[in-house]
Design a protein around this ligand. Structure first.
Ligand SMILES: [Zn+2]
Length: 335
């Protein structure tokens, strides 16, 4: 691991103008004292896009983004926005604002709105639609300008809807090629054109069976994983595993391929620490400690004023209490 300045990161979904002050207070009074130096802010379409106001589904403004960016810099925190590309364009058959306004980008327009898992997980945009990247780049550029950031996270976890049999552009194509194309298109823009560091989730690049994770969420069961050899290795991979496993071999896999890696945990403390310890050990054995950057603690609950206050007062229970413990232990371990 990079021992001089390990990444101690926290992830949350956030896109609310009304919660800006409680969020800043949470940063100052909870995250900064724990030594957090990286915030992954998943804003997706909850930003007030000026280029495409029809796509905005939240209230976070350009001014808010600038204020947050300045505030984080003052507190020694690298702020990286996350905007879900390709997959997660809604939940079940429900489409997000992008696919609602641009139904021609929908990879699976035949899936009904009320479809639910396990029938259907989440919609994707079609990586072969000739106009989809132009729109994505406009939105991404607006976020980059607003947050004045030096890196960008494109999401791309759990992309199951891909190479659909009914998509006239993708039918019959190789899933790994399609996934790699989407990654490479984003890389050309974010790294090539804008000169930023690109981050993405790693799950689609891991073979479920070979890794021993043996599930379709934190690894791939459909052949997408072969994209790992078709994308640039200057992408920083956030490798998420939230449950305890006998072994977490994927950090080693990414390091061997030449990527920089940040393992990602959720609230389960034992799993987080086992994952972190194994990642550090693997990196050391590979002589790749400088590319095992630290750890990110993710949160997947809703944030509101009450929850921010509860964290500040350390008045938590259940999963949130465990998340707080995990945050303490991970940041202490990385000191
Ligand atoms: Zn398609």
């Amino acid at each position: 691991m990079n021992n001089t300045n390990p990444v101690k990161a926290f992830h949350l979904r956030f896109g609310s103008h009304e919660l800006l002050e409680p969020f800043k207070s949470f940063i100052q009074n909870v995250l900064v004292p724990k030594g957090i130096n990286f915030i992954l802010l998943e804003c997706n379409t909850s930003f007030q896009f000026e280029s495409h106001p029809e796509l905005s589904s939240g209230s976070l403004t350009k001014k808010d983004a600038k204020e947050l960016s300045t505030f984080c810099k003052q507190n020694g925190i690298r702020l990286i926005p996350l905007f879900q590309c390709l997959g997660h364009q809604g939940w079940g058959g429900g489409r997000n604002s992008i696919l609602k306004h641009y139904p021609e980008f929908d990879e699976t327009p035949h899936v009904p709105e009320d479809a639910e898992w396990p029938k259907f997980f989440a919609p994707s945009w079609c990586p072969n639609h000739p106009d989809v990247n132009a729109l994505a780049f406009e939105l991404i550029d607006e976020l980059i300008a607003a947050f004045e950031c030096d890196g960008f996270h494109v999401g791309m976890d759990e992309v199951l809807a891909l190479a659909d049999d009914q998509c006239p552009r993708c039918k019959g194509q190789d899933r790994a090629d399609l996934f790699a194309k989407a990654v490479n298109d984003m890389h050309s823009h974010i790294v090539g054109e804008r000169g930023l560091e690109m981050f993405m989730w790693g799950d689609r690049l891991i073979d479920s069976e070979d890794s021993g994770y043996n599930n379709m969420w934190e690894a791939d069961t459909l052949g997408t994983y072969k994209a790992i050899d078709k994308i640039p290795t200057d992408i920083t991979i956030m490798d998420w595993h939230y449950e305890m496993h006998q072994s977490f071999p994927s950090v080693k896999l990414f390091l061997e391929k030449g990527f920089r890696v940040i393992p990602a945990c959720w609230f389960k403390t034992d799993a987080a620490l086992a994952f972190l310890e194994e990642s550090i050990q693997d990196a050391k054995e590979l002589g790749a400690a400088d590319r095992m950057l630290g750890m990110i603690v993710t949160s997947w609950h809703g944030w509101n004023k009450t929850v921010f206050d509860q964290f500040e007062k350390n008045d938590l229970n259940g999963e949130l209490q465990e998340l707080s413990v995990t945050l303490n232990k991970v940041t202490s371990y990385l000191k």
